[in-house]
Design a protein. Structure first.
Length: 118
């Protein structure tokens, strides 16, 4: 089993930045993608982006492209989501998730709240 723990959320003014962390532990062998998602009140969960195990490839949703950056430190078993130029529309609970090659995201963290004030 894989355990994921997000941290780093909080309250920030529009235009500000936050960096979220996702600590990964447990049976990490075979994890291929680490993804970030978010869910705002009354909305469906939204894919933000993902990074491969090696960190060599990233993919982002259009809504965050150019503002958010995903990176990872495999020595620390941690994945990061750097969020810049935050907008009130970015307010949501942010989740990290893991998937194995060819599989859906099967392990999820508990989420961390990000609130962007205008």
């Amino acid at each position: 089993q894989v355990q994921l723990v997000e941290s780093g959320g909080g309250l920030v003014q529009a235009g500000g930045s936050l960096r979220l962390s996702c600590a990964v532990s447990g049976d990490t062998f075979g994890i291929y993608f680490m993804g970030w998602f978010r869910q705002a009140p009354g909305k469906e969960r939204e894919f933000i982006g993902r990074i491969t195990r090696s960190g060599g490839s990233t993919l982002y949703a259009d809504s965050v492209k150019g503002r958010f950056t995903i990176s990872r430190d495999n020595a620390k078993n941690t994945v990061y989501l750097q969020m810049n130029s935050l907008e009130p529309e970015d307010t949501a609970v942010y989740y990290c998730a893991s998937s194995r090659a060819g599989a859906t995201y099967g392990n999820w963290g508990q989420g961390t709240q990000v609130t962007v004030s205008s």
